[in-house]
Design a protein. Structure first.
Lengths: 111, 229
């Protein structure tokens, strides 16, 4: 089998395994990454919400916020894991496609 | 290490966009010269790998989480400029589609993870493997060490960027406007967790993939010899 094919399969396996990146931190009660807290968490940590931070944090509404579907936040780990895998597959496809498009536009034709 | 919107003031956000713009232009010029058509699929896979490996959050029990980036691995296979483009695409999509990392912080996040991490790791690897045969175990180990170095220098930069904000932006009453933590907290926090935990994750992932590719397709590890002087 060609290496590229094997690497694609590897990416697929990784995509299916991504919920581990959700479930293991949950199991060990590990919270948000340092410096990536939401407004509520900041309030808890420092006692107030920095004014401009509060305003700017609303700036962008991502379609799949935190690799989940909107409104699914309270649905539990099984749902979140499913959304996480979907996000991984969507992300892999879009990122690979865009990068290869850029690569194709730039790369030398010969060889 | 994905700085969200609101943590950096406009000066910092703007500064890093301004730094990255020429880097991106230069990267596309170099890639235009060095990247071969047959390497394009690998570039796509590299970007996708970097994206998906960042989804594997690793916990510090009772504490924070973090993850590998995979940028040094891509740089070893395709050169640092191509890796810069690959990780940039991953970071931009993470910000726009998943809200992971701020839109205003794309410049800073790309500086840390697509530029500093990639180049520091790549040159560390090159220095450690000048005369190393392609199939040597040392290559995989050196790749791991290089990845550890790369992600930790990137974490240091992120710590500086976070920690500088209270110096620049405060209300008259002393409340922070953006990131509330200063350098004395942000730098040790970012460095500590990456030196102790996440750096090792990056090192192991990188070393394992290089080890696998040495067996599977050693030619991939030679590619950059001709493309990079």
């Amino acid at each position: 089998m060609k290496t590229i094919t094997k690497l694609y399969i590897g990416l697929g396996i990784l995509a299916v395994l991504t919920p581990l990146g959700l479930l293991i931190p949950d199991h060990f009660k590990a919270g948000t990454a340092w410096g990536e807290w939401g407004v509520d968490e900041i309030k808890e940590l420092v006692g107030y919400v920095p004014k401009k931070l509060e305003k700017l944090s609303e700036l962008w509404k991502a379609p799949l916020p935190d690799y989940a579907f909107k409104g699914w936040e309270e649905k539990g780990m099984a749902h979140l894991s499913f959304a996480y895998i979907v996000s991984a597959v969507v992300g892999i496809c879009i990122i690979a496609a865009i990068t290869m498009l850029i690569g194709k536009l730039l790369a030398k034709r010969e060889n | 290490m994905h700085i969200p919107d609101g943590y950096l003031g406009p000066a910092t956000s703007g500064f890093f966009y301004a730094v990255m713009l020429p880097v991106w232009i230069f990267a596309s010029r170099i890639v235009k010269k060095a990247l071969k058509a047959k390497q394009v699929p690998l570039l796509g896979i590299g970007a996708a790998f970097s994206f998906v490996i960042m989804m594997f959050n690793v916990p510090i029990p009772g504490g924070t989480t973090g993850h590998a980036v995979g940028g040094v691995l891509v740089a070893i296979l395709l050169g640092p400029w191509a890796a810069c483009i690959a990780v940039t695409v991953a970071l931009v999509i993470q910000a726009l589609l998943f809200g992971d990392g701020g839109v205003t912080a794309i410049g800073a996040n790309c500086f840390n993870m697509a530029f500093v991490l990639v180049f520091a790791g790549y040159y560390a690897y090159r220095l450690m493997t000048v005369k190393t045969p392609i199939n040597s175990n040392w290559r995989a180990i050196a790749a791991g060490i290089a990845a550890y170095i790369g992600i930790n220098i990137a974490a240091f930069c992120a710590g500086l960027e976070f920690g500088m904000q209270p110096l620049f932006h405060r209300t008259v009453t002393g409340q922070a406007l953006y990131c509330p933590y200063g350098l004395k907290i942000s730098v040790p926090a970012m460095m500590g967790e990456h030196l102790l935990v996440f750096g090792w994750v990056e090192a192991i992932v990188t070393a394992l993939v290089i080890k696998y590719l040495q067996k599977q397709d050693p030619a991939l590890l030679e590619v950059m010899k001709e493309a990079q002087s």
